[in-house]
Design a protein around this ligand. Structure first.
Ligand SMILES: [Fe+2]
Ligand SMILES: [Fe+2]
Length: 286
């Protein structure tokens, strides 16, 4: 049975955060803060790309529950884009090169839209949705990744993570319904993941490096870099904990809900109670 996500219109007040905090909103230091910032720069354009690639197949979907899930998926990703636009404004206002990096992403994704067929575009979306689902699981279950962070940004990341968990199978189900489940569909989706993941991570790290280089407040010395190394590769590190679920994606019978982590979605209820816009009540998307 399809889990139909809920579109929530929340406002975290990111525009009220002191721009001085842009590079040090995370207690584990500048490199960690700018790693998250680099990810955020990808989201608005990236999520518009996800919407574009899923929408292309909407008319071919007959299952009414999956159709409803697509509508909610589009609504959620649009909201994520809007809030991350505000987040990215904070990076911009801190004097960091958000504009140039966002322009680069826009050009890159524009190229993909112009040169890849719809099924391949959807396979790229699937790969990145699996990455965001793995990231989301960790952000909601691994305290060391967000605890002690600036409360509004911590709330934004947790809300995004809960909704990414909630809709983690929507693009995948569209892919299975529209592209198929056979050998060709498997080769395309696993090949896309194998190519997209290293390229995406290399881009995020390159963006992080540019943000750090442009940040006059960053400290010198190795201490924060050692902490960043632990943040990514330590025993409870983010990337280290993605290896197993990442490899799982290559199983021919893989489905995102093989890992049943629905309980993590409940984190969003408390956030919705605190950050809902008064004029826009939470509603189940049609
Ligand atoms: Fe999203
Ligand atoms: Fe998503």
């Amino acid at each position: 049975m399809q889990l139909v996500p809920i579109r929530r219109d929340l406002d975290f007040g990111i525009d009220r955060i002191d721009r001085d905090l842009a590079g040090r909103w995370h207690p584990r230091g500048f490199p960690v803060s700018h790693f998250y910032n680099a990810l955020s720069l990808f989201f608005p354009e990236g999520e518009r790309f996800f919407i574009h690639s899923v929408r292309h197949f909407r008319e071919r979907i007959e299952d009414p529950e999956l159709k409803a899930a697509i509508t909610a998926f589009i609504g959620q990703e649009a909201m994520h884009g809007r809030e991350h636009d505000q987040y990215n404004d904070l990076i911009r206002q801190a004097g960091l090169p958000a504009d140039a990096l966002e322009r680069y992403i826009s050009t890159l994704l524009g190229w993909l839209k112009a040169h890849l067929g719809p099924s391949t575009q959807l396979s790229v979306t699937l790969a990145l949705e699996h990455f965001t689902a793995m990231l989301a699981h960790l952000l909601l279950s691994e305290p060391g990744l967000l605890d002690g962070a600036e409360p509004k940004l911590r709330a934004l990341w947790r809300w995004h993570a809960a909704e990414e968990t909630e809709h983690k199978a929507v693009a995948f189900d569209v892919y299975q319904a529209a592209v198929g489940r056979g050998a060709v569909a498997y080769t395309l989706r696993s090949g896309a993941f194998a190519i997209v993941m290293p390229l995406f991570l290399a881009h995020v790290l390159a963006f992080q490096a540019q943000l750090l280089r442009a940040d006059p407040k960053r400290p010198r010395g190795m201490r924060q870099w050692l902490e960043f190394g632990r943040f990514l590769g330590g025993r409870r590190g983010m990337l280290r904990q993605m290896i197993r679920p990442g490899l799982d994606y290559f199983r021919p019978g893989f489905h995102p809900w093989d890992q049943n982590n629905r309980a993590l979605i409940e984190a969003v209820d408390e956030l919705a109670a605190t950050y809902s816009r008064p004029t826009a009540p939470i509603r189940r998307a049609a």
